[in-house]
Each structure stands twice: as C-alpha cells, then as structure tokens.
Design a protein around this ligand. Structure first.
Ligand code: FE2
Length: 254
C-alpha cells in the first residue's frame, strides 16, 4: 500500500487543533499566537504621541524598574545612568490603564486587539475586551528583557511603538520533556518542532499570546531606543467566570 492510501484513514474530531504536515505526519497541541502589523492610517501619528508620552511617563517616575540584568535582580532605581544603559520600565510604579493621558492609547490597543482576535475567536467571548493593566518599556542599544510570563491573566500582548530588530523569542514550556530524549550525537528518533520561536520586532507590530507562554527579547541591536507597550487583556466573559468563582460559589460550600 502506498503512503498516499493512508491519507484519509484516521481523522480527528478536533481538526482545528491539528496541522497536517504531510499525508502521514500531523502536529498536535500547538500554541496559538496572533501576529499583525498595524497599518491603520492614524497609526504613525498615534505612535508618535505615545512615544512622547512614554518618555514623559518614565521621567515622571522618581524610581523605575530596570530591564536587562536589572530585571533579573529586580532593581528599582532612580539612577538615570543605569536606566539609560540597561533599559527601563514603568511596570513597577504605575498601571497605565488608570492614567487619563494614556486613555487614547489604551482604547487604541483594545480596538486593535479585538480586530486581531476576532478573525478566529467568537465575538461573544470578546465582549467587553479591555486592557486590565499596561506598562511601557524603553530599551536602549543592547538592552533586553529576560524570560518571563504574565501571571494571573489569559491573554497578553505587546505593541511595538518603535523597533528596529531584537526579536521576541517564545519558548515551549514543555521544552524539558521534548529535548530530554536525545541519544548519542544529538540524534532524535522521534521528531519534534523547535522549542523556541522568534519573531522580528518591527514598528507597529502587535503580538497577542497566552499569558502563560514564556518569552524574552533579544538585545536591541539599534542605536534608536526600542519602545514597547505591554498589556494584559480582560473580557466580560473572563470577569463573569471570575465573579462566579469568587462571589457566587467560592468553593467552600458554606
Ligand atoms: Fe512580557
């Protein structure tokens, strides 16, 4: 029997979660992420406004968190020299969702995220989509963020206000299991895909990903600051689920 004859033999009832690579080989348990480039007419003007505000926000903080190795060491400092070499984030000082002057941009990102997700996600699940928290980070030449996840949320994202290289790199959380069975000189009997996936950082790029997915960025290779707006999303449906758990049935059966 030729390989071609096996092709239709076994079908999954969950076709959306399966990628058929060849007639016999399929990839299962993949991780969805959403990548898009903001081509809106008002994009450039909006980014310009947000970039000015990003510098103003950082300058307005007496102390800010550092990125690069400063992130690993959880350094929060007012030392401008360190901020200008290692990179700096507003994350530890403010939730920009609560800042009036950032409202125009939070609305812009929520709308953009909705459009990207709505391509494949049912609208009723996206009802009330909004930003739960957000922060801005400025990476000078050589600065990066070490690997991390966004705890407590379901969907997270990043929007590149200004970027010229320095990929974002996602890592399969099951990398240990997938790479432990390497026999001999790196030979593998059973094939698996890469355990890291890199995407280029470009101005106007938006990436949405599951909050549990580990990611890091590579050092900014450019002399121009890389400026990013990061956020965690929330929906009415997620809030309903949380409220039911927290208020209607707290699991204690009292
Ligand atoms: Fe992140």
């Amino acid at each position: 029997m030729s390989q071609e004859q096996y092709k239709e033999a076994i079908k999954s009832t969950r076709r959306f979660d399966e990628i058929q690579v060849t007639p016999l080989r399929r990839q299962i348990f993949s991780t969805p992420i959403f990548c898009a480039k903001d081509l809106r007419e008002e994009g450039e003007e909006t980014r310009k406004k947000a970039i000015d505000l990003a510098y103003k926000t950082i300058q307005g903080q007496t102390e800010s968190g550092l990125v690069s190795e400063g992130w690993t060491d959880a350094t929060i400092t007012g030392d401008k020299k360190k901020q200008n070499t290692m990179g700096v984030t507003s994350f530890f000082g403010q939730n920009l969702c609560n800042e009036k002057e950032w409202k125009f941009f939070n609305d812009y990102i929520a709308e953009l995220s909705y459009e990207v997700l709505a391509e494949t996600i049912d609208p009723y699940l996206l009802e009330g989509l909004s930003l739960a928290n957000s922060w801005v980070t400025i990476y000078p030449n050589g600065a990066y963020v070490p690997e991390h996840i966004h705890s407590m949320f379901e969907v997270s994202g990043v929007y590149y206000l200004q970027a010229d290289g320095g990929d974002i790199s996602f890592k399969d959380p099951y990398w240990v299991g997938k790479t432990m069975n390497i026999w001999g000189q790196g030979e593998k009997i059973f094939p698996h895909g890469s355990v890291t996936m890199d995407y280029e950082a470009i101005t106007g790029g938006i990436m949405l990903f599951p909050s549990w997915l580990p990611h890091r960025t590579k050092p900014n290779p450019s002399d121009k600051d890389r400026i990013i707006y990061s956020f965690n999303l929330c929906t009415s449906s997620a809030l309903r689920r949380l409220c039911q758990l927290n208020f209607e049935d707290d699991g204690m059966n009292r």
